[in-house]
Design a protein. Structure first.
Ligand code: AMP
Ligand code: GLY
Length: 424
C-alpha cells in the first residue's frame, strides 16, 4: 500500500517511523516532512493546504491512504474534498469531516456540543463585539484566574489566562475589538478556571466504535517546574500514573462514549483520531478542549508503546470498519524530551548544524524542526528533536533520554531537565 502523511513535526516523524515498519507498506510519502521523515520515507515539498495539488500527487503516486497530521487541512475540509471527488473514491482519508473538525476549529461549537451531550467541562459564555458588555459582566461574576479563548484556530496561541479582572477585561477587548488573533478572536469563549492536573487521552474511531490509545501527560511550559510561557509541549510521558482503571472508566463513560454518541446523533462523520485534553479535577475528569488530531509531543510516547502494526488499523478507521481489530500495548513506560532552539517559544535562530545524532544509543530520536542542508542536518524550528526512550521503569527511561540528549549538540540548544520527575 502507498501512504501519504501530511505534516512536518515530531508527531509526523513518530507516525512515519511506525508506518514504515508495516509489512503492508510499499511507499510512504510525507509532505512536506523533515530530515527525520526523509530517513523512513520520501518527502514531497508541497503545500498541504492546496487540495488540488494533493489530488494530483495522490493519483500520480497511487496513494491508498492519506493521513493528515495537523488540524489545519482537516478544519479546512480535506475530508469533504476527498469524499466529494469521484476520481478519489478509492482513496481513504483519516480524519473528521469539516463540520466535525469544528470540535477543534471552533471553541464555541465544541462547548455547545459538550453542553448538549452532558459532557463535563468548564462553565462558559461566548461573546462578540455586540455583547462585549455582557462579557465584562460575565468576567466579573467569575473568580480569578480568568480563561479567555479565541473561538477559532490561532496556531495554539489563542488561550489567555489572566490573573486580575482588569487584565481580563483588557484582554477581552483586545481579542474581540482589536482582533488580537485576527478573525479567530472576533468571538471569545470565557471559561471558569479548572484546577487540577492535565491529561491527554486519545482514541481512534471508525465512526462507529473506538479504540483507546495509551494516555499521556504533556509538559507545556518552557521552564522547569512548569514556569514561563506555554509552548507546543516540552516533553511527554506515558502511561500517566493517576490515570487509573477507575479514572479511565469515568473518562470512557462520561466523556469518550457521549462524544461518539453525539457525533452520530448530529450526523457528523468522523474517522480518525480524537484527542481529549482533560483536567483531572480531584478525580473528576473534565474536557478542556478537543483536538481532531494526535498531540505533539504526546504522539512521540504514544506511538512507540503500540506493539501492533498500526497501518491496518489506520486504514480500517479511514474506511469506516474496524472489524474487531485490536491493539497490543507495551506495558513499559515511555518518555520523550524535546530539544528546542534557545529563545523558543519567542524568537529563535534557524539553520544551526546539529552534531552528534549518530552518537545516540537505544533511544528513538524523532525530528521535529529539522532540515537537510549542505550535507548536514540543521535546525529548522523552535522544537527541533524529541528523544524518546522506552524502558522497564520510568527512571530508566528518563536516564536513557537524558544521556542521549547530552550527545546531541547545536548552538543555543535548550531542554527541560525535569520532564517526568513529578511522576517518579
Ligand atoms: P488549549 O489551547 O485549549 O490547550 O489551552 C491551553 C492551556 O490553557 C491548556 O493546556 C490548559 O493548561 C489551560 N486551560 C485552558 N482552559 C482552561 C480552563 N478552563 N481552566 C484551566 N486551565 C485551562
Ligand atoms: N501537546 C498538545 C497539543 O498537541 O496540542
Amino acid at each position: 500500500m502507498n501512504v501519504l502523511l501530511l505534516g512536518s513535526g515530531g508527531r509526523e516523524h513518530a507516525l512515519a517511523w511506525k508506518i514504515a515498519q508495516s509489512p503492508l507498506l510499499n511507499n510512504l510519502f510525507i509532505a512536506p516532512g523533515n530530515a527525520g521523515t526523509a530517513s523512513v520515507g520520501v518527502n514531497l515539498n508541497i503545500d498541504i493546504l492546496n487540495f488540488d495539488t494533493l489530488k494530483k500527487i495522490v493519483i500520480e503516486k497511487e496513494i491508498e491512504l492519506v493521513i493528515p497530521g495537523p488540524e489545519e487541512p482537516l478544519v479546512r475540509g480535506i475530508y469533504d474534498y476527498f469524499h466529494g471527488d469521484k476520481d478519489l473514491s478509492a482513496v481513504a482519508i483519516l480524519g473528521p469531516s469539516r463540520m466535525a473538525a469544528n470540535l477543534e476549529g471552533s471553541k464555541d461549537f465544541a462547548k455547545q456540543f459538550m453542553a448538549k451531550y452532558n459532557i463535563p467541562t468548564a462553565g462558559y459564555g461566548v461573546f462578540d463585539k455586540n455583547t462585549i458588555e455582557k462579557g465584562v459582566n460575565f468576567l466579573r461574576s467569575l473568580r480569578a484566574p480568568y480563561v479567555l479563548k479565541a473561538d477559532g484556530l490561532a496556531a495554539g496561541k489563542g488561550v489567555l489566562i489572566e490573573h486580575s479582572i482588569e487584565e481580563a477585561v483588557t484582554a477581552l477587548k483586545e481579542m474581540v475589538i482589536g482582533e488580537k488573533f485576527g478573525a479567530a478572536s472576533r468571538k471569545v469563549v470565557i471559561e471558569e478556571f479548572l484546577s487540577g492536573v492535565e491529561l491527554s487521552v486519545f482514541v481512534l474511531t471508525d465512526g462507529k466504535s473506538y479504540i483507546l490509545l495509551p494516555e499521556a501527560k504533556d509538559y507545556k511550559r518552557v521552564g522547569e517546574g512548569d514556569t514561563g510561557p506555554n509552548t507546543g509541549g516540552m516533553g511527554a510521558v506515558s502511561p500517566v500514573p493517576f490515570a487509573s482503571k477507575a479514572f479511565m472508566e469515568k473518562v470512557r463513560k462520561q466523556i469518550i462514549e457521549p462524544t461518539l454518541d453525539g457525533l452520530k446523533k448530529e450526523k457528523l462523520e468522523y474517522r480518525g483520531f480524537i484527542f481529549f485534553g482533560l483536567m483531572n479535577c480531584d478525580g473528576i475528569p473534565k474536557v478542556i478542549e478537543y483536538n481532531v488530531r494526535m498531540g505533539d509531543p504526546e504522539t512521540e510516547v504514544v506511538i512507540p508503546r503500540i506493539k501492533s502494526d498500526i497501518l491496518p488499523l489506520l486504514l480500517a478507521a479511514a474506511k469506516g470498519g474496524f472489524n474487531g481489530t485490536t491493539l497490543e500495548i507495551d506495558e513499559r513506560p515511555a518518555i520523550t524530551v524535546m530539544l528546542v532552539s534557545g529563545g523558543y517559544p519567542g524568537e529563535y535562530g534557524k539553520g544551526k548544524v546539529i552534531h552528534g545524532l549518530n552518537k545516540t544509543r537505544d533511544s528513538i530520536v524523532l525530528h521535529a524542526g529539522t532540515a537537510a542542508g549542505n550535507g548536514n542536518i540543521v535546525t529548522n524550528g523552535g522544537r527541533v528533536l524529541a528523544v524518546t526512550s522506552l524502558r522497564n521503569t520510568m527512571q530508566e527511561a528518563l536516564d536513557a533520554s537524558y544521556n542521549n540528549l547530552k550527545e546531541i549538540d547545536f548552538e543555543n540548544k535548550y531542554y527541560r531537565r525535569d520532564i517526568g520527575k513529578d511522576l517518579l
